[in-house]
Ligand binder design. Structure first.
Ligand code: SAH
Length: 368
């Protein structure tokens, strides 16, 4: 039997992509908004049920395309209302998506890659190695699955109000697919989330930040974690390529011409590593002319990590120095840690192509 080639996945297309597709098969561009609505707002995956398309178009479409969703293999709820889905993408790989409710806000933490190619020393995802980029469809599926599971509140508003690209992976190293997926998140024929409620978090891929500002306008978070290059080189090795000064300049440039927008600065609190008074003072200097909001993130430990979480006293002292010097600072609450859904704990199941895990085991065996 000839091998069956995979059909196109309609989830891979944002509206511009879908319009191009429909015109390429001799159809009107507005078919794109109709199909987007069926998929993302009515969660219809069977093309035959898209009843405002003619029968012949449906047949034609079915022959070449489909709506292919990942399988939900685990759906866990934390005591604090946090929810985590494990989604199976292919034979060996699963990713995790987390929903965090807080008052009227419901934030979905979305993954962009299977594993991560950056090896930030304090992050569980980084330790697992890297397999591949997610497709646009695999990214937006996370939003679709969560919206379908959670639905609407009593006023008819979606429970998922915000999206943060803070799950597994470095979104700017999967640029095109992440941008297309964020376009779908913002599209009124899909999820209609405003640009202020979608945040891309990056370790600071400088050239990609420059490109980002040209193609999309969303909120931005920078994983800074250290106030000087010497320390950041250790915590976020990408810093050796793009040092702090250059990275902050690119972030500032991203916001140029945009009013009332702040860079979210993420700073994980690691005991006796980056949590001292001198670090807080350096941070104040560094950020004095960057319009920013600082999120202090108490470190979430995972197996075999060498780091520990800073004490509450150290975190409060650090926060107070920043606030006293005029920096808007909050300490992020640890959520969902009973189901390993907290920041940096997302691991999914990654078939590591970098052999990072294997190398570590060999090193450990050698040391024993
Ligand atoms: N690669 C992107 C997106 C991942 S976001 C980035 O670096 O921004 C994941 C966020 O969780 C980042 O701010 C990351 O620094 C933080 N994080 C990672 N590991 C953590 C841990 N063990 N405890 C607390 N926060 C962690």
């Amino acid at each position: 039997m000839p091998e069956q080639t995979e059909k196109m996945n309609l989830l891979d297309l944002d509206r511009a992509g879908m319009e191009t597709f429909f015109t390429s098969i001799g159809e009107k561009a507005f078919r794109a908004s109709q199909v987007m609505k069926w998929i993302h707002q009515h969660r219809v995956t069977d093309i035959n049920e898209m009843t405002n398309l003619s029968k012949s178009l449906r047949e034609n479409l079915q022959a070449m395309a489909e709506v292919r969703l990942p399988e939900v293999v685990v759906d866990q709820k934390s005591d604090d209302g946090t929810r985590k889905w494990l989604l199976k993408l292919d034979s060996g790989n699963c990713i995790e998506t987390v929903f965090i409710p807080e008052g009227s806000r419901g934030t979905l933490c979305v993954s962009s890659q299977i594993g991560c190619a950056l090896e930030c020393s304090f992050c569980a995802t980084g330790r697992q190695g890297f397999n591949r980029n997610l497709s646009t469809g695999e990214i937006i599926s996370q939003v679709l699955v969560a919206n379908h599971a959670l639905g609407f509140d009593k006023d008819g508003e979606r429970i998922v109000t915000n999206v943060v690209m803070m799950g597994m992976g470095e979104p700017l190293l999967n640029f095109d697919n992440v941008v297309a997926a964020m376009n779908i998140m913002m599209d009124d024929f899909a999820y209609g989330i405003s640009k202020r409620r979608i945040t891309l978090s990056t370790a600071g891929v400088v050239p990609a930040l420059e490109r980002l500002r040209e193609v999309i306008d969303v909120s931005l978070a920078l994983s800074l974690h250290a106030p000087n290059d010497e320390l950041r080189d250790i915590l976020v090795p990408l810093n050796k390529k793009y040092p702090i000064k250059e990275t902050l300049a690119a972030c500032k440039h991203y916001f140029e011409g945009k009013k009332h927008r702040y860079l979210t600065v993420e700073y994980v609190m690691l005991k006796n590593v980056n949590d001292k008074v001198e670090h807080a003072r350096q941070l104040v200097k560094l950020l004095k002319d960057v319009p920013s909001k600082i999120n202090l993130i108490p470190f979430n430990p995972f197996d075999e990590t060498q780091y520990e979480r800073s004490s509450q006293t150290a975190i409060n002292k650090f926060r107070d120095i920043l606030i006293k010097n005029g920096l808007i600072t909050i300490t992020r609450k640890t959520r969902g840690d009973d189901i390993d859904a907290a920041c940096g704990q997302l691991a999914g199941r990654v078939q590591d192509k970098t052999k990072r895990t294997q190398k570590r085991i060999q090193l450990q065996a050698g040391a024993e």
